[in-house]
Every structure is written in C-alpha cells, then in structure tokens.
Design a protein around this ligand. Sequence first.
Ligand code: SAH
Ligand code: SF4
Length: 368
Amino acid sequence: MQADASKQNLLGLPQPVLETFFADLGEKPFRARQLMQWIHQRGADGFDGMTDISKGLRERLDEVANIALPQVVSEKRSSDGTVKWLFSAGGGQAIETVFIPEPARGTLCISSQVGCALNCAFCATGAQGFNRNLTTDEIVGQVCHANRVLPPRASGDPAVSNVVFMGMGEPLANYRSLIPALEILISDYAYGLSRRRITVSTSGIVPQINRLGDDCNVSLAVSLHAPNDELRCRIVPINRMHPIAELLQACWSYAAKRANRYVTFEYVMLKGVNDSLQHATQLANLLANKPAKINLIPFNPFAGSDFECSAASTIEQFQRRIRELGVIATTRKTRGDDIDAACGQLAGKVSDRIRVRLGDRKRRVAAS
Ligand code: SAH
Ligand code: SF4
C-alpha cells in the first residue's frame, strides 16, 4: 500500500502506542495485540480480511489508519540464495536490505538511515553522505516484507530468524526510531525474536551504547577496525569524539548488564592499512580476557574507493595471531557477490556526487 500521510501507519507502532491508539478510538487494549498479529504474523495489508474484528471497527480503522510497507524498487537473487531488495526512501533515494540464508538461520541485514553522516573512510554508505533517518515503520517494514515474500523455514517458522543492523546507516544515530523497532522485533505478537538474535552494529556512539544497554540489551557489534587511536581517527572519524578506551569501557558495561554476553568487534581488513601482525597483536591485547569476539571482514571494494582488501593469506595469519593471544576470532564469509550485496556496497551505483566526496576523503586520510 502507498504511504498516506493523512492516515496513521500501524506498521511502526509498538504495543503500548497501539494500545493508546485504540483507547482513543474507545477500544480495549487487546485490539492492539490482535492488530499486531494480523500485520506482522498474518501478512495483512488492509483491514478487510480481519475476521475477528467487527465490520464497524474495520471501517473506522480504514478511515484513520493504514498498513503501509516500504515500496520495493528492485529485488535481486544471488546464485548462493542471498536476496537483496532496494526500497524507495522517497525523493529518488533508496535503502537496501539483504537476506542471507544459512542452514540453521535466516539473517536479514537491514538499514536504519538513508546514507550516513559518520563518513568512515572505507564505506560506500558514508561516501553518500547523510540524507535522513528512517522511520520505525520503514525499519520494521524491511523485516515484514522479507517474511512475506520468502518461503518459511523448514520448521514452519518465518524466513527471518535473525536481524542485524548492518545495512545502510548508523542505527544509534537514529535512536528514536530504533527503540520502537526493536520492541516490535522482540514482541511475541509480532516477530518474537530474542534479544540474542538481534544485533545492533555501531561505529561507536558511546552515550547511545550506554542507553541501549538499559533500554533494550540486544546483541552489540562494534566497528572497531583499528587497534589504536591514531589509525582509528583516520578511518573511523567518530573516534575523534569517542576514543577507543572510552568505547571499550562502554562495551564492557554493556556486556555486564546481561550474563554470558559477548560484544562482537568488526574489523575490516584493509591492505597495508590495518592488517599487519603488529596490528593483530595490539588488537588482541586490547580485547584479551574480556567478553569479546572479533569478526574479520574482508574489505568489499566499490567504485571510487582506492582501499584494497588484504590478501587471504594475510587475513589467515592475522586471525591466527589473535587466536594465539587467546581471543576468539572468525572471518566473515562474503555472500551475494554477484549482486553487490556485501557490507559497504550498499549504496548501489556510485554517483558522481559520491565520487567527489570520496576524493575529499582520500585527501583527508592521506593528510592526517
Ligand atoms: N553504521 C554501523 C552499521 C552499518 S555498517 C557500523 O558502522 O557499524 C556495517 C558494517 O560494515 C560495519 O562494520 C562497517 O564498518 C562495515 N563496512 C562498511 N564498509 C565496508 C566495506 N566496504 N567492506 C567491508 N565492510 C564494510
Ligand atoms: Fe556510517 Fe557505518 Fe558506514 Fe561508518 S561504516 S559511514 S558508521 S554506515
């Protein structure tokens, strides 16, 4: 359904807000639970088929509300089963969502913003600049759409079993939309995902990491990418505001809020930049004896960027060194290569505007 600004889109309302909506219509709170199940579990895109709701209320709902999913611009399916959707974000802009099927789970990588303001040196989304925050319904709509169009799992459960905020944008810079989206993903009346199966990935906005720990302690992934401040300031500029020591302190407090919790540290492997054995040692020393796992990500090149991915043998040695020093490390498998579905490629075709910004960024990285 098309978005209609005059109507309340029920897709993005968590249970308490939906209860208030129904109270305003003179209805009981249980209506909220009914509606959530219809929308998120039973695939309703209108009120007509809601057989357990009276005709009068359905007509009233139709006047004031709708269930509007984001509009699909394109869908691409990779030979390895990965699916990538482009959804319209209005004004000629788009966001991307990627589904990665694995034997034991189906992971959906979703976007939280159109573009990103944080400008990490190796990221296609950062090169695009910041356009706007997604609304809660646009965030949830990505999951809703995927479950509607993908076949259920062998168990009969919906296709999406895990959600990672590793698409476009910095989720903690869109906190206001993020929290209700997480509430809907967790709700038993919607997607019923456990906090463990939802991962928020951040480049390190420390105050929001602290808030998230209290508001909704989902799994946390932190884009570290460098083991010292000098290098991290160059490739992850938010480090100038929140340096590594402060960031790690927030991570350990986050992990301490729930038993048996690890923080995952993402580390993109950039040839000749952050991939030496000294870097590996420094990285392992930062994280040894802490609730930390390292996930090495092969750099995904995109048009206009002149970073290169480290050689496979370098990545192996890097990983081995970290493990020798007692820290858990894995290397991410790249999926969906044939449809440009990998991390950091989510800006689609690089426009001239992006190329200009990339030129600026390269000069800055080189100069610092
Ligand atoms: N803004 C958040 C989440 C989105 S990016 C964050 O930065 O964590 C998801 C992951 O992809 C991050 O670890 C990010 O650093 C990584 N990434 C960005 N560009 C990449 C590229 N070109 N190749 C590999 N990983 C990349
Ligand atoms: Fe933004 Fe994450 Fe890309 Fe950095 S890596 S520019 S925080 S999307």
